[in-house]
Design a protein around this ligand. Structure first.
Ligand code: T3P
Length: 113
């Protein structure tokens, strides 16, 4: 599932955290930069600020959904605007997370735990 893995990386991995220091500005910049405001405003999206190897290690065994044991630094972006004026509110969290995995790699961000 190489293309879904790359899609996951584009949507959900930002390490080290780039963009803007302010959480709302960060979300507005990153949602646009990662192509998540084309055609519609993606309602909710989480960026994880850890290395890809660390994130990938959450996917263990044959399970589809895997819960991390450690906490991850992340920014959750929620849209409050109406397309084409997407407008995101950002919040930082340090939480465990549940990922969707296929063949040992993450393909979906399920939720924070
Ligand atoms: P994807 O499956 O491409 O990772 O649940 C629908 C989408 O919203 C899903 O996209 C993941 C994303 N999402 C987050 O990124 N963070 C969240 O906290 C939740 C609930 C959903």
């Amino acid at each position: 599932e190489g293309s879904r893995y790359r899609h996951f990386q584009r949507q959900h991995v930002d390490h080290p955290r780039t963009g803007a220091a302010n959480d709302n500005a960060y979300c507005n910049l990153m949602m646009r930069r990662r192509g998540l405001t084309r055609g519609r405003c993606k309602p909710t999206n989480t960026f994880i600020h850890s290395s890809l190897n660390t994130i990938r290690s959450v996917c263990q065994g044959r399970r589809n959904l895997c819960d991390s044991r450690q906490s991850f630094s992340m920014t959750v972006c929620r849209n409050r605007g109406r397309y084409p004026r997407c407008n995101y509110v950002g919040r930082r969290h340090n939480r465990r997370m549940r990922l969707g995995c296929r063949n040992g790699v993450p393909v979906h961000f399920d939720r924070m735990l």
